[in-house]
Design a binder for this molecule. Structure first.
Ligand code: FES
Ligand code: FES
Length: 163
């Protein structure tokens, strides 16, 4: 392996020291260190399965070289929530049948989180279709995903208002 460098990454709030070659993608690094909730699909920016947040912005980790990440905070879907403490979007996807095989779901939730925190917390269907246009799903036909985003967004607004 050539040009291997030791790099410091922040993954879901935890500092990780990794040895990564110059040509390794963030997708490869994350899965190698155990973050297999980041899914590997096309590896060329077409499917969105590998999406993570970098300082809150959704990126395709298959198109991001680990060496370019620097100190930016990496958030995977596990960093948003899990079985014990589900994020409102995870709850909405589960409740409304928006996850079938589930392979696209981490990327869908990451892209949605980016939409709701960076663009609008009251999205309409056009906003959602645009935000998720880089995320492919083979199972659901998308309608249930759009419904789950609307429901999750409502739940997030209610949670924010209750603070
Ligand atoms: S695996 Fe990255 S966009 Fe498909
Ligand atoms: S739920 Fe199977 S690919 Fe989307």
């Amino acid at each position: 392996m050539t040009n291997v460098k030791t790099r410091q990454l922040s993954v879901n709030g935890v500092k990780r020291t990794v040895d990564a070659p110059a040509n390794e993608t963030l997708l490869e690094t994350l899965r190698r260190i155990g973050a297999v909730e980041v899914k590997c699909g096309c590896e060329k920016g077409d499917c969105g399965a590998c999406a993570v947040l970098l300082d809150g912005e959704a990126v395709d980790s298959c198109l991001t070289l680990t060496g370019t990440v620097g100190e930016r905070a990496i958030t995977t879907v596990k960093g948003l929530g899990g079985a014990e403490n589900p994020h409102p979007l995870q709850t909405a996807f589960a409740d409304l049948g928006a996850a079938q095989c589930g392979y696209c779901t981490p990327g869908m939730i990451i892209a949605t989180q980016s939409l709701l925190t960076n663009d609008t917390d009251t999205p309409d269907e056009a906003d959602i279709r645009l935000a998720l246009s880089g995320n492919l799903c083979r199972c659901t036909g998308y309608t249930k995903i759009y419904d789950a985003v609307l429901d999750g967004a409502r739940a997030m607004r209610e949670a924010e208002a209750a603070k």
